[in-house]
Ligand binder design. Structure first.
Ligand code: FAD
Length: 343
């Protein structure tokens, strides 16, 4: 793990709320570190609906969700945020000097004056295979991501799922595995058309076997993995699938996870905040975007933007209690122009 990062602000979550939070802090001259459990920025927009058009961003009549994220990244560039991607923030501890120590699942440590939770629905985790027998092999012969493709060389691999990850890995592993069997509960796929076409071609040529079927059971004989049982779509009879390894790509599901254990006042998996400051029940910890709740809360991107603006002022006040705050416009403020790098 890297050296401890000392900073004024750590933003947990790089969705639209976390990204715009960087901007609002930057205008006030405050730099931030941003941590996200996903390997890329953009939260739900990038993960769940990158190509869908959004129509309710002020002054942008329409743009795709990924484009919104790209534009936010462009907008925050002058403030040079540090990103820590692929890190789930797990531990929180208040130090004697009132700062917070945050730790990630990969062992990165932050010591920070304030924390802004922009965690949306929580950290995305791979959706587990939940059939009889699966638990016993989860994490061993049943994997949810490919750490090293070589593991599958000359093996028979069953790939479960019908989205881009399942398709991409089926196509990729076909080159090195002895055999790839794709199991999906429908005949249609949710992935990119080019991948679907390629897959169909390889199925016709016999390089990949596609079984449209429902997963029923993971089999075991004397404690050892013994393949899968599925129910094919076109048949009432169960079918045995022999394989050495299983890869599950059922998508990612959100989960409030470790943040739920930080002792913050919550209401149904959401963090209560004061709407003047967006501070939580713990002074120095703020929450913006989908993860917070207050009377009248609407889970919209534009709500997250507004919340980020007020949270930035509150963080500034928390960091500099004696400083007089006054509102400056980006159009006319020389100091903001300097921070934005515009002449
Ligand atoms: P998110 O986008 O959920 O991002 C939170 C990030 O925090 C995630 O990347 C997550 O990995 C990370 N995270 C959480 N916990 C941790 C942790 N412990 N450690 C590290 N990282 C963590 N809204 C609109 O306004 N207009 C629309 O048209 C619209 N359409 C939508 C369509 C769909 C299909 C969906 C699913 C949502 C739509 N929304 C829309 C809602 C909008 O996407 C959300 O309101 C918005 O993404 C919330 O932003 P956020 O930054 O608060 O959270």
């Amino acid at each position: 793990s890297d050296a401890v990062v000392e900073t004024d602000v750590v933003i947990v979550g790089a969705g639209p709320a976390g990204l715009f939070q960087v901007f609002e802090l930057g205008l006030l001259g405050i730099k931030a570190h941003v941590v996200d459990s996903l390997p890329h920025v953009g939260g739900q927009c990038a993960e769940l609906y990158p190509d869908k058009p959004i129509y309710d961003i002020p002054a942008i009549p329409v743009c795709s969700a990924q484009e919104l994220i790209d534009r936010l990244m462009e907008q925050i560039k002058p403030f040079e945020p540090s990103f820590h991607l692929g890190h789930e923030v797990s531990g929180l501890k208040r130090l004697d000097d009132q700062r917070f120590e945050l730790t990630t699942s990969r062992g990165q440590q932050f010591v920070t004056q304030t924390v802004i939770i922009a965690g949306g629905l929580g950290a995305f985790q791979p959706r587990p295979l939940r059939v009889k027998g699966a638990e016993q092999f989860n994490g061993s012969l049943i994997q949810y991501k490919v750490k090293d493709p070589e593991r599958y060389r000359d093996k028979t691999v069953a790939i479960l799922g019908g989205g881009d990850s399942a398709l991409d890995w089926a196509l990729e592993l076909e080159k090195i595995a002895r055999r790839v069997i794709l199991i999906h509960r429908r005949k249609e796929f949710r992935g990119a058309q080019a991948s679907v076409d390629k897959l169909m071609q390889l199925c016709t040529e016999g390089d990949i076997e596609f079984i449209p079927a429902q997963m029923k059971q993971v089999n075991e004989e004397e404690g050892r993995f013994a393949g899968l049982t599925v129910k094919p779509l076109d048949s009432d009879e169960l079918q045995q699938v022999d394989c050495d390894e299983v890869l599950v790509f059922y998508g990612l599901s959100p989960n409030l996870g470790p943040i739920g254990e930080w002792g913050l006042n919550q209401q149904r998996n959401q963090i209560e905040v004061d709407t003047e400051t967006f501070q939580t029940s713990i002074p120095g910890i703020f929450a913006v975007g989908d993860i917070n709740t207050y009377p009248g809360k609407k889970k919209l991107i534009l709500s997250g933007f507004h919340e980020g603006a007020l949270a930035a002022f509150a963080v500034d006040k928390y960091l500099n209690p004696d400083k007089k705050q006054f509102l400056q416009y980006t159009t006319t403020s020389p100091v903001m122009h300097e921070r934005l790098g515009v002449k």
